[in-house]
Ligand binder design. Structure first.
Ligand code: HC0
Ligand code: SF4
Length: 574
């Protein structure tokens, strides 16, 4: 440890800390804008400038390493004046239409303006940058009139995802963030992950909103609107209602969806179980029949698109299973329509997802069944929160409600899908039983849990070694895929999720202010709730889900059979 003094407060902090981290330990909040831990550490915006005794210039706290005996001041009149100027300059080229802005409730720029009493938008009258709204993508909208050039989105795309389709174009006052040569985002290798959106401190990036279409469907008496909620939405939605990060609100989520007028409220956890039954079967078939290995999960559409762009030769390794979102839609418009006697064209299938890539997945050529889209609209967790607020529902006062029958029934295996390693663990619980023919007693595969970007584990199944790998975030996926491509990996099964930490940290999840995100691991906080739900679930193996067993008996036949293939599988051919 080293001893430092910050604003007259003496603290011991770990060696190698930055001044920003040290101040946090001392209970001093230094403002930041461009800094996002592990995403963007460029010290560019100058909001965090502080005085350090003996230093020749003001120090950018976010990147300035502390030293023993350091004395720093974070809030002198001179520094405050700099920060005010900085904010005034930002506002001079900012579209201050807060009323029409998605982020007016949680904008980091507005928050800093309030903190420093910057309340006039016209300090420096003059030219404003021209900007157009870029909305070519199915998932992402960019409005550069709101952009403050902090480059957090660029850092997310480059550093977390190793994609780098966005960058700073032009120089000086004309600088703007966009794609190379201004190619429409939809035509680039953008995978729609939305990590740029959750990195953005202001309203320059947001999802393509489907609220209007969903409301119209709900209000149309001729439509039967079915909604599914993804595993990780239940551990994040409450954050939009000022609750702690990771609070689990499964029952309130169901209640809110009922109140909004959906005809049936179901659970993607159910179809996550279904995915496991099909995927474990596919794995066992590949292992026994000499199929393409390693098999790689295909339920994260950001990852699938990444694979198509960067590792097309490994597409045969992808599981042919559709994602749980899509399987859910396929089952709704076949089995469920049958059971209920509802004509398929009356059904509108909606999903609530922690994901922006799901908006793209649902319209892909390789999805859909018999001319119908499996899922018609996908809302992000954030969009659902907006709908709940618009409807005047006091979310935290809702009594818990169960999900509807029969597609609301799930096991512990389905719910952990939302965290990195969850699909692997769920699949192992089923595949190991299938491969060994013996009942699995210890269901906790702890080696594949946790937020580490790349995880490996090896299991001994009756003398046969099975090696698996798990990666989340596409920069980490690249590490594993390069190994596979080079023939240096002997994995049997790989799970890849497009977002770091898995869906809990998806691009459709509630924004977390950088002042929070820089100091706690949001991924781990949200994942906890999912593992608790798993631990407390009466059934924890997907293939023991009673509704799924009945559905195979009554309708689907056997896993991997003809009907299951027709409805639940696809081929990823780009
Ligand atoms: Fe996920 Fe999913 S777990 S991608 O991570 O597999 O989005 O939460 O709904 O489809 O189940 C997201 C989350 C899902 C799907 C499931 C998978
Ligand atoms: Fe990059 Fe993902 Fe944003 Fe596309 S959605 S620009 S891939 S961070």
């Amino acid at each position: 440890d080293v001893k430092v003094t910050i604003d007259n407060i003496e603290v011991n902090v770990p060696e190698g800390s930055t001044l920003l981290e040290a101040a946090h330990i001392a209970g001093v909040d230094i403002p930041t804008l461009c800094y996002l831990k592990d995403v963007n550490e460029i010290g560019a915006c100058r909001m965090c400038l502080c005085e350090v005794e003996g230093a020749r210039a003001l120090a950018a706290a976010c990147v300035f390493p502390v030293f023993d005996g350091m004395v720093a001041r974070t809030n002198t009149p001179k520094i405050v004046e700099y920060r005010r100027k900085n904010l005034q300059l930002l506002l001079s080229d900012h579209n201050m239409d807060c009323l029409g802005c998605f982020r007016s409730g949680n904008c980091e720029l507005l928050k800093l303006c309030r903190r420093y009493g910057v309340d006039d938008t016209e300090y420096y009258k003059g030219a404003k940058n021209h900007s157009v709204i870029e909305d070519s993508s199915k998932s992402i909208v960019r409005d550069n009139s709101k952009c403050i050039l902090c480059r957090r989105c660029i850092g997310a795309c480059n550093n977390l995802q190793s994609i780098g389709v966005i960058g700073a174009n032009k120089r000086g006052f004309d600088t703007y963030v966009g794609t190379t040569f201004n190619i429409p985002l939809a035509e680039t290798s953008c995978v729609n992950c939305g990590q740029c959106i959750v990195a953005c401190p202001v309203g320059a990036l947001y999802e393509k909103d489907s609220i209007t279409q969903v409301k119209e469907a709900i209000e149309d008496p001729d439509k039967f609107v079915v909604v599914q909620a993804a595993p990780s939405t239940r551990v994040a939605l409450a954050e939009c209602f000022d609750q702690p990060i990771g609070m689990e609100v499964e029952g309130k989520l169901s209640a809110a969806l009922h109140r909004l007028g959906f005809d049936r409220v179901f659970d993607t956890n159910f179809s996550a179980d279904l995915t496991i039954v099909e995927e474990a079967n596919e794995l066992v078939e590949r292992v026994k029949g000499g199929g393409v290995l390693p098999m790689i999960t295909s339920c994260s559409p950001g990852w699938v698109k990444f694979c198509e762009h960067y590792y097309p030769e490994l597409i045969p390794n992808l599981s042919t299973c559709k994602s749980p979102q899509q399987m859910f839609g396929a089952v709704t418009k076949s089995y469920y329509a049958d059971v209920m006697g509802i004509p398929v064209d009356k059904i509108v299938s909606v999903s609530v997802m922690p994901c922006t890539a799901k908006k793209h997945e649902l319209g892909r050529d390789d999805q859909g069944t018999d001319g119908y889209q499996d899922v018609d609209y996908s809302l992000t967790t954030r969009e659902l929160a907006r709908m709940i607020k618009m409807a005047g529902i006091e979310f935290m006062k809702l009594e818990d409600e169960p999900y509807d029958n029969p597609l609301g029934e799930y096991t512990g295996a389905g719910v952990i899908f939302g965290a990195t390693g969850g699909v692997m663990e769920a699949a192992l619980r089923t595949a190991v039983e299938k491969l060994t023919g013996e009942e699995l007693i210890d269901l906790d595969f702890v080696d594949v849990r946790g937020v580490k970007g790349v995880k490996e584990a090896e299991y001994d199944l009756q003398g046969k070694k099975v090696k698996v790998a798990v990666a989340s975030g596409l920069a980490n996926a690249r590490i594993i895929m390069d190994k596979v491509k080079a023939g240096e990996a002997d994995y049997t099964f790989i799970e890849i999720m497009g977002c770091p930490g898995g869906c809990v940290n998806g691009g459709g999840q509630p924004h977390v202010d950088s002042q929070v995100r820089n100091f706690i691991d949001v991924r781990a906080e949200r994942a906890k709730g999912l593992y608790t739900l798993d631990k407390n679930a009466p059934i924890r193996k997907a293939h023991e889900n009673p509704v799924i067993i009945k559905m195979y008996d009554d309708y689907l036949g056997v896993p991997g059979g003809e009907k299951a293939h027709h409805l639940l599988h696809t081929s990823y051919v780009n």
